[in-house]
Design a protein around this ligand. Sequence first.
Ligand code: SF4
Length: 177
Amino acid sequence: MELKIAGLVNDSIVDGPGIRFSVFVQGCPHHCYGCHNPQTWDFDGGQLMSVDEIFERIKKNPLLDGVTFSGGEPFCQCAGLIELADRIAALKTPKLNIMCYTGYEIEYLIKNSNEQNKYIELLKRLDYLVDGEFDINKKSYELKFMGSSNQRFIDVKASLAQKKIVLAKDPWQDPLL
Ligand code: SF4
């Protein structure tokens, strides 16, 4: 399977806790005012890359704590990211957590998931989700890894299990991270 990619970063320290491999997908329908990555909006831009190739690059970096899906809008490319997430989860060492950014709110993704868009299938494979569009009126530099205060850093597995939004308590000091 292939993903439409805007860029890959091998050792990011700004896209989540620890050292992360960041996958920036191409294409975003949200068009938030003040977006830092407007070059990722165009669904016709970017380049196609196989999940195999991306996974091989991830495997080559022994220093990683996790992988982040960002963009662009990752939930527009669920099928490819599900395949990539399954490969990452099957890795014995290093054990990598998976974090994802989305312009959608998690409630929307759960309510509107279907066979075709596979929102829920991607959610099930995530550890952490930063949700919601970037709102320039709520922009804050105080927020670690989030752009505006309407966004939430969600513990996805706990939220799905408890059927309510569970925020990651202190993800920056979470020993799992
Ligand atoms: S969802 Fe993210 S990538 Fe898309 S327009 Fe908003 S800030 Fe930019």
